[in-house]
Design a protein around this ligand. Structure first.
Ligand SMILES: Cc1cc2nc3c(=O)[nH]c(=O)nc-3n(C[C@H](O)[C@H](O)[C@H](O)COP(=O)(O)OP(=O)(O)OC[C@H]3O[C@@H](n4cnc5c(N)ncnc54)[C@H](O)[C@@H]3O)c2cc1C
Length: 449
């Protein structure tokens, strides 16, 4: 290994290459702590040119490379399986000036979401994608997974925010795809090819991102329902309002665990809770009240009309990131379902889990406006995970859902790709992969495996 390490050190500087076993072990495990691999070196390039040179060196030496941003992937997308070189984007952290006229900013791939949000807010604007992993997740990782999150119902996913990018290709060349105009149909939409490719086609080194005006008014409500179908029905009405800003589901068990964890009572009771937020140029409080007045709620809603009040209600949803870890690493399912299938899926998935793991605790939450739900199974050991996982994938498919939603495929779900994609579709994806990375050394564990 000395020769490749020397070559990598010559590119990025010896201080930015590590073969320390403890460092590598810490970087070779996923966010949940459930999936682990092995790596031979960690390399931290400081520029797009260094990223490209590292790729070329590894390709020439026949060494697999796994790209790592904030390592918040929930589908084990950064876990190396081929004694890889881990390429971290953590030194690519420059944030350009915010262009308030075009409402754009260029940022390097390793910039965290929280830092981007601060930069946008400093210019009186906001970034349209938000998620609980904001302090660690990077824009490169988010673009690569086409991340969604808490604001997708209003602003769309990362794909809707990316207006240009720089990418280092597997052959060591660099592509710069930028435009000074808002509408540009000159040739293939190459930026879209790399968004959602999960690092299998190249390494994004910088992105131009769309920013949005800050709404002047915001109102948040948490409502309890006895019946999930009633919650989904109310959610559908709210989703279609032009001032919708967030629409999140939390089940009663998760809300109870959050209340215990936060040592604060849940804002409302009910088997199913809906957090709804409206935002706009004029005050949307009346609009929200009009919908909730006719909704089949289990009791009065809790409403926040000022920033502190809204924030208090958001605590419930934000606490989910910690609640899922209360009983050790959870088993996670990130599911997209037609809205009409959500109630039946909730019942069927609970029954499936109870059959295989009677002591397990299934909790359901997520972005119900998009039909994108996170089913987390707490207190579930590896043996039971092995029997639940494939059956759950079958169940999702039988409800016309998608086995992989906003988190992507990573390595965890690659065996299930054929459940959501047809053979001809997968063949085209493999052709694109082979054209850009004929030896398949870049992120080899991801997507196809
Ligand atoms: C608490 C918590 C909440 C979350 N909530 C959401 C949510 O609401 N919505 C959502 O969509 N996701 C969510 N996630 C999942 C995760 O945060 C997202 O997938 C995020 O986009 C990953 O960013 P990252 O920088 O951590 O990427 P990583 O985990 O480091 O990498 C993700 C994938 O992208 C590749 N990659 C990373 N950087 C690059 C790059 N520069 N170029 C090419 N490929 C790259 C990696 O190889 C890997 O395959 C959540 C995760 C956690 C832990």
């Amino acid at each position: 290994m000395t020769a490749p390490v020397d070559r990598l050190s010559a590119i990025v500087g010896a201080a930015h290459v590590s073969t320390d076993p403890d460092v590598l072990a810490g970087r070779s495990v996923d966010w949940t702590g459930r999936y682990r691999g092995t790596a031979r070196a960690l390399v931290r390039p400081g520029s797009a040119e260094e990223v490209a040179a590292v790729l070329k060196a590894c390709r020439d030496d026949g060494i697999a490379v796994t790209v790592q941003g904030g390592r918040t992937s929930l589908v084990a997308g950064t876990v190396p399986e081929h004694d890889d070189v881990l390429l971290s984007t953590e030194r690519l952290t420059r944030i350009g000036d915010v262009d308030t006229v075009e409402r754009q900013v260029r940022v390097e791939a390793g910039v965290t979401l929280a830092d981007l949000q601060r930069a946008a807010a400093g210019a009186g604007l906001l970034f349209g994608v938000d998620l609980a992993a904001r302090d660690s997740a990077t824009v490169g990782g988010m673009a690569s997974t086409n991340a969604g999150g808490l604001r997708t119902v209003r602003y769309g996913t990362m794909g809707a925010q990316v207006v240009g990018l720089d990418v280092a290709l597997p052959d060591g060349s660099l592509v710069h795809r930028h435009s000074h105009v808002r509408h540009d149909n000159t040739g293939y939409d190459l930026a879209a090819l790399f968004v959602g490719a999960e690092g299998t086609l190249g390494i994004i080194t910088a992105v131009d991102l769309r920013l949005h005006p800050q709404p002047a008014h915001r109102v948040t409500a948490v409502c309890g329902f006895a019946d999930l179908a009633a919650l989904v029905g109310t959610g559908r009405v709210l989703r279609d309002l032009e001032c919708i800003a967030a629409l999140e589901l939390v089940d009663g068990l998760a809300a109870g665990l959050a209340a215990e964890h936060l040592d604060t009572p849940a804002p409302v009771s009910g088997d199913w809770l809906l957090l709804a937020e409206l935002a706009g140029e004029s005050d949307p409080t009346e609009r929200l009240a009009a919908v909730l007045d006719t909704a089949p709620l289990a009791g009065p809603a809790a409403v926040g009309t000022d920033p502190a009040g809204c924030q208090r209600l958001w605590q419930l949803r934000e606490a989910m990131a910690e609640v899922v870890g209360l009983f050790g690493p959870p088993v996670k399912f990130d599911v997209s379902l037609p809205l009409s299938a959500i109630p039946a899926f909730a019942a069927d998935s609970s029954a499936l889990i109870a059959r295989h793991a009677p002591r397990a605790l299934p909790i359901l939450f997520g972005h119900v406006g998009e039909g994108n739900l996170h089913l987390n199974v707490l207190r579930c050991d590896a043996a039971r995970e092995g029997s639940i996982y494939p059956e759950m994938m079958e169940l999702i498919a039988s409800h016309h859902g998608n086995v992989s939603s906003e988190h992507g495929v990573g390595s965890r779900k690659r065996a299930y790709l054929p459940m959501s994609r047809q053979p001809a579709d997968i063949a085209v994806m493999r052709t694109v992969k082979a054209a850009l990375d004929p030896t398949g050394y870049l992120n080899p564990a991801v997507l196809f495996g």
